[in-house]
Design a protein. Structure first.
Length: 206
């Protein structure tokens, strides 16, 4: 339990990465597959990722991210993509898995499919579902990366229209965040964590 708490509380949004240390592709894939155990409504898993790693593409991405140096210095940048059509695209595979594992009977599949798709028909609901679940996946990425001795920084500062054109992301997909990932530059000091609200300031028990 102590180790789990430390992974969460010691995670920081690192702004300075060691540009000379690279995260191996196999490790990146392992982190993403572990992180993909994140929860999602009906297990639809509406997330996709594009890992921007090559130097030339990181340079272009840095410009799209308003010149943030960490984009180039990080080993890679994980672009999280929320698919607002995921309910329709993934439902059959998910329900087939449920049937094979014994969660549901074959007779129940069609009615459950209809129930699931009802929640994805409204564009605003589909947007909320896709972004919410992709954000849960993103938080998993940051904690899992920490477990492997890596650092991350989630970013919202980018021109999404340019980003989608750069990466050929379809119009119905949304980019909730980009996560820079790599090794900390140990020649630079990390300042103390900024102020966090206490429970009494953000919550109540009723």
């Amino acid at each position: 339990m102590k180790e789990c708490i430390e992974l969460i509380t010691q995670r920081r949004s690192i702004t300075f990465f060691d540009p000379n240390r690279e995260v191996h592709d196999d490790l990146t894939k392992e982190i993403l597959e572990i992180s993909a155990t994140a929860p999602s409504g009906y297990n639809i898993q509406p997330w996709e990722v594009i890992v921007v790693k090559s130097k030339d593409k990181k340079k272009l991405l840095r410009d799209i991210c308003y010149g943030q140096q960490k984009v180039e210095d990080a080993s890679a940048n994980i672009v999280l993509v929320a698919n607002t059509h995921a309910g329709f695209e993934h439902v059959d595979r998910i329900l087939q898995s449920w049937e094979e594992l014994g969660y549901i009977s074959s007779d129940a599949k069609e009615s459950l499919k209809s129930q699931i798709l009802t929640g994805w028909q409204d564009p605003q609901k589909a947007f909320r579902k896709a972004v919410r679940d992709t954000a849960l996946f993103g938080m998993n990425i940051m904690i899992t990366a920490r477990a492997f001795g890596l650092e991350t920084h989630p970013m919202e500062g980018y021109d999404e229209a340019r980003l989608k054109k750069f990466l050929n992301i379809e119009e119905h997909k949304v980019v909730p965040m980009i996560i820079a990932i790599g090794y900390k530059d140990h020649s630079r000091e990390l300042l103390p964590r900024a102020y966090r609200f206490s429970f009494e300031e953000f919550g109540k028990i009723i």
